[in-house]
Design a protein around this ligand. Structure first.
Ligand code: NAP
Length: 518
């Protein structure tokens, strides 16, 4: 099997009338799905349960987007057992055949990309471009891991010695529990699931309770391409009810998680404990939160480019990206001018119902909105000055004006804790060394950026800015599959580098075979 060289999926240009029209059609089309009820899929069989999970539109909080099931404890346990039975067949499926399912799925997703994006506009409040980027990334993950699996399946180089024929091959692990977040509800879900299955594992997928509708569309796509029954189990329900059961099940071989630090650490701890009949050490691949900083140095190459970069990174998708800039560290020489420019640039942002394609839509739910509001209060209580936004808006959805708080102390709560919403803390630095100290003064280490034209300072940032994804003279969001392998240090996770060449290795184990020859 020969696949063409990997190329990133291009983003849609919505300034072209035809593209905008096509997108509007998809926004209409997916509403047909809203009145339906969707089952769980365990071992290829479909089940409904007594307790339901309803997906709502955060832009219009009473609008239902679909009815889903809440899996029972018994079903969760059963799902792992069945996935384990299926694993014994699936692991022997030739690599090329496994790869084909995902190349086909990528092709179909590309063809209907606006339908997938439209669902995310409704379900998680992404504007068109953000949703389009999410779908493009999902396609990229499938295409990239398909090629990667072919590479891992090739003969691996080993040193030759006389009298023996030696080889090293990569084999799958077993049943993987895949737990994605709601904020990249397609890309991350597809990335973790496709890597798992292409590598020869079977998957129990538990989507976020905030985004089951888009997950359902992916599950239907995999059915359509004929993925054998039981390879992908779809288990909707409360993470807090069924999560522990699938993580601790003795037949679970690994957990691939992306989400908050709190849940990630809990999973890591639970998975580390050997259960009575368990015969392996479970692997945990956990990508978690961030408290990402952009340093704006006095020697900034283009002042307004830096302002725009910070505003986009802070408020794109309402600041609900793990990579979002939540702290901007500005040199005292340009501090006042930069704060003023930030406010002016942020004033241009529109906040509205996501389907109307504003700059910013709603935040994900009421709990999140309340938590963001509390953080803004805390930021002010601890001495920060609110210079823009922070007000809640229309009660129809979870809308909040992007907030900028200046004069934040480096150890203040809003400088240290992940907020996951449109709140930007501005911190004054004395010089570049001081800015680096502030940037590294966090338990996280996911993304970071530096704006300076001074070569020595850029080199220092390369050496000392302790983040998994560092960007120089550009914003800290917008990682591309294959281009910017993604994953963080410290409490940001296990640095799995999704979309990179090491990633599939996390879903495989290496076996060396030595044969004596004459
Ligand atoms: P979350 O609250 O931690 O939830 C993530 C997933 O874990 C959801 O599917 C959730 O299900 C499930 N879950 C909850 N409790 C569980 C338990 N006890 N056992 C097993 N699973 C459980 O995170 P989120 O709000 O969805 O996502 C936002 C977070 O993800 C932020 O912290 C963000 O920084 C992080 N993130 C990190 C990256 C990265 O690459 N580093 C990328 C994207 C997002 P329910 O919805 O049913 O509770």
């Amino acid at each position: 099997m020969k696949l063409s060289k990997f190329k990133n999926e291009p983003f849609t240009d919505f300034s072209k009338k035809k593209n905008a029209k096509d997108f509007e059609k998809s926004l209409n089309k997916v509403t047909e799905r809203f009145s339906k009820e969707y089952p769980l899929v365990i071992g290829g069989e479909k089940f409904t349960t007594e307790k339901k999970l309803i997906s709502y539109n955060p832009s219009k909080r009473d609008q239902k987007l679909g009815v889903f099931q809440k899996a029972t404890a018994e079903m969760a346990i059963n799902a792992i057992d069945i996935a384990n039975n299926t694993f014994h067949e699936w692991k022997n499926t030739p690599v090329k055949k496994r790869v084909k399912y995902f190349v086909e799925a990528a092709k179909l997703m590309r063809k209907r990309k606006h339908d997938f994006s439209a669902m995310m506009v409704y379900e998680v409040g992404k504007n068109w471009a953000e949703a389009d980027g999410d779908t493009a990334e999902a396609i990229d993950f499938m295409e990239f891991y398909a090629r990667e699996m072919l590479r891992y399946a090739e003969g691996q180089p080993v040193v030759k010695i006389p009298g023996e024929k030696n080889k090293l091959e990569y084999i799958p692990l077993g049943v993987g529990v895949v737990i994605p977040p709601w904020n990249f509800p397609l890309a991350i879900l597809v990335g973790m699931t496709s890597a798992s299955i292409i590598a020869g594992n079977t998957v129990v997928l538990k989507p976020s309770s905030d985004s089951p509708a888009i997950a359902q569309m992916f599950v239907e796509l995999m059915e359509e391409v004929g993925l054998p029954k039981g390879v992908l189990t779809f288990l909707t329900g409360d993470g807090s009810t069924i999560g522990d059961l699938i993580v601790t099940h003795p037949l679970t071989r690994y957990v691939s998680f992306t989400g908050s630090m709190e849940v990630g650490l809990r999973i890591n701890e639970l998975a580390a404990k050997k259960q009575s009949s368990q015969i392996w050490i479970k692997r945990v691949i956990a990508e978690m939160g961030g408290k990402d900083s952009i340093i704006v140095d006095s020697e900034v190459p283009d002042f307004y480019d830096a302002v725009r970069g910070v505003v986009q990174a802070a408020f794109g998708f309402q600041g609900q990206k793990c990579s979002a800039c939540s702290r901007v560290i500005v040199d005292e020489k340009i501090y006042d001018k930069f704060c003023d420019a930030l406010v002016q640039e942020t004033k241009k942002l529109t906040v509205n119902v996501a389907a109307e394609n504003p700059n910013m839509g709603p935040v994900i739910n009421e709990k999140s909105m309340n938590s963001i509001t509390e953080y803004i209060k805390k930021g002010i209580d601890e001495g920060g000055k609110l210079i823009h936004g922070g007000d809640e808006m229309s009660p129809e959805g979870y809308f909040i004006q992007p907030a900028i708080i200046k004069d934040v102390e480096r150890d203040a709560t809003i400088s240290q804790e992940e907020i996951f919403g449109p709140v930007l803390a501005v911190i004054k630095s004395k010089n570049f060394d001081d800015a680096m100290d502030i940037a590294n003064n966090t338990i996280y280490g996911l993304t970071g950026a530096v704006y300076t034209k001074n070569k020595k300072k850029l080199e220092k940032a390369e050496r000392e800015f302790f983040v998994g994804n560092l960007y120089l003279n550009r914003k800290c969001t917008g990682a591309l599959v294959g281009v910017h392998p993604f994953g963080g240090f410290n409490m940001s996770g296990t640095d799995s580098k999704a979309g990179g060449r090491d990633y599939l290795g996390l879903f495989l184990q290496a076996k060396s075979v030595a044969q004596k020859i004459k």
